[in-house]
Design a protein around this ligand. Structure first.
Ligand code: AMP
Length: 375
């Protein structure tokens, strides 16, 4: 672990990755008076629009990584698929307080599930396969439905197939043969999907945001409702599991864990070593956002004690929703609309999000149906 260095404004924060998460981190940092330099191959990417400088280069371009390290007092990232060699280099320079370890674990589903299991936490039963033959053997000992996922690189439901019955075995074998390193997981017939977003400082301070309840459409997060409708027992299990992982992985910054809830049981699904789509509601519904807390943690500042201000629903805006959103905007006084400044509207591409907050969840629901009802 690196020593706890305090980085004060107007020092420079480097961000690897220039999408919406980097943009919202940069905005939070700029409110505090920090300077921002972003590394991203796309000129004028969403983060560059709010940064002081952009290095236009591939994420794994070591020359660019060295330049970013020279220009920055501290570095963070907006996605987990950061090149490990680059992360280790920055860590050696004493400028990556989050460390390379959390990246190494979360960019590989095998390591991620193994670590959770070794920590004694509940995960769906799983096996690892590296070719079609191993997949065939593993499926003989698996009950259906189950799901096969690539161990690396999958997101928003890409890189996985649900297997409903033995007859899907051939498709699974082809998938395993093509993708080489895969995980087969028992399908959890969950009641709901939730996520917990928290932040941890370099000396172990921990703050939890309220647990969020998530609905996906076509594997992409559609809506987050907060607070999640879960009982105290489930909430305790979630916080306990997150605390164990935060300590074990020596997390620094904002971190998210997605879970399934079935009755009073939880099953851990995925971890993200960064702010998360299901935590965007914190910008309006809490006294500090997941991005503000992240910046504080990586800069060696104490976390702000979190206050939940009002119930909230966050709805993602995908490419196909853009026209509707713009048409509705003049009528939506009670909604906080965030557009990410992305070039090119494509179906399924995350273009922005809307957060609705109100005194009660019933009032929030009314606002959401006004927005959705016009579709
Ligand atoms: P992932 O990429 O692992 O987050 O999976 C995307 C989505 O697929 C999840 O949010 C769930 O809706 C669903 N899913 C993935 N794995 C499982 C599982 N083992 N059981 C039930 N649903 C799953």
């Amino acid at each position: 672990m690196q020593e706890n260095r305090t980085i004060l404004p107007p020092k420079t924060i480097g961000i690897i990755g220039g999408g919406q998460l980097g943009r919202m981190m940069a905005i939070a940092a700029r409110y505090m008076g920090y300077k921002i330099v972003v590394l991203d191959p796309t000129p004028n990417c969403p983060t560059a629009q709010v940064a002081d400088e952009q290095i236009i280069a591939a994420y794994d371009d070591m020359q660019a990584i060295k330049k970013l390290t020279e220009m920055s007092d501290v570095i963070t990232y907006e996605f987990e698929n950061v090149d490990l060699k680059a992360a280790k280099y920055i860590e050696e320079q004493g400028k990556l307080p989050q460390g390379a370890f959390a990246l190494e674990i979360t960019q590989n589903r095998e390591k991620e599930k193994q670590l959770m299991k070794e920590a004694g936490l509940p995960v769906p039963a799983f096996s690892i396969v590296t070719n079609g033959e191993e997949c065939k053997r593993a499926l003989e000992n698996t009950t259906f439905p189950c799901v096969i996922k690539t161990c690396r690189g999958g997101y928003d439901g890409k890189g996985q197939i649900k297997l409903s019955a033995k007859s899907d075995g051939t498709e699974a074998m082809e998938f395993a043969e093509k993708n080489e390193h895969c995980i087969i997981e028992q399908w959890v017939p969950f009641d709901k999907e939730i996520s917990v977003v928290f932040s941890r400082t370099q000396d172990g301070g921990l703050e939890f945001f309220p647990i969020a309840e998530n609905t996906h459409k076509d594997h992409i997060l559609y809506e987050t409702v907060v607070p999640a409708s879960i009982n105290n027992q489930v909430e305790m299990k979630v916080v306990q599991a997150a605390t164990i992982l935060a300590e074990r992985m020596q997390i620094v910054g904002t971190f998210a864990i997605e879970m399934f809830v079935k009755g009073d049981e939880i099953f851990l699904n995925e971890m993200a070593p960064r702010p998360h789509n299901s935590g965007h509601y914190t910008i309006e519904a809490c006294n500090i956002s997941q991005f503000g807390q992240h910046i504080r943690a990586i800069c060696g500042l104490p976390l702000t004690p979190i206050k939940f201000l009002q119930p909230a629903t966050m709805v993602n805006i995908l490419g196909e929703d853009m026209e509707h959103v713009l048409n509705m905007m003049p009528a939506l006084g009670n909604a906080s609309i965030h557009l990410y400044g992305k070039d090119g509207i494509k179906p399924k591409r995350k273009m922005g999000h809307i957060t609705f907050i109100a005194e009660t969840i019933e009032e929030v629901n009314k606002l959401v149906s006004t927005y959705e009802g016009e579709e």
